[in-house]
Design a protein around this ligand. Sequence first.
Ligand code: GAR
Length: 198
Amino acid sequence: MSALPARPIVILISGSGSNMTALVEASRQRRWAQRFGAGVVAVISNRPDAVGLGWAREQGIATAVIDHKQHADRETFDAALMQAIDAHRPALVLLAGFMRILTPGFVRHYEGRLINIHPSLLPAFAGLKTHQRAIEAGCRFAGATVHRVTSELDHGEYLEQAVVPVLPGDTAEALAARVLSQEHMIYPLAVERLLAAG
Ligand code: GAR
């Protein structure tokens, strides 16, 4: 068994977890353990059926489910989530397609170590259905943003952005796939830069 990293990383997912996979693969290929003492130690989902959980398990990464449907309100859900996360003493908590709005108390607790990726060129199109909204607005470009999390939804310091063209006849699905392939590059890049900065 490999030693626990000095700088543990916990990833939160709700769905397919392709950004999580990109982060885990980058951590290995780019030797984050040796270079920064960092590694992904746990993947936690609010949905028991999140596809990414299976992949994480196969990789030997600890997984947990904190099902929001089993909690009466946001406060009790966030408290249970915090307990599961804090068991790993994370240096960074990475939201990777984690589709829950977090309470201000949760965000404060992880201030400075909580990062998100959002599928738009913020500050445009915070919230949901970003690709459909970009197409309907007639945008020629769309993209993704890696940012620090603050209690205001999809705000906080931008750490990295990627731009893709919106092509004639694009559907939300086609645009989402184009953006997602960029997300897989900029999320690891932004995290690596944070790790290198100490
Ligand atoms: C990604 O496009 C991510 O930016 C987005 O969900 C997708 C998750 O894909 N996140 C949000 O919309 C957060 N509000 P993945 O599970 O394959 O990484």
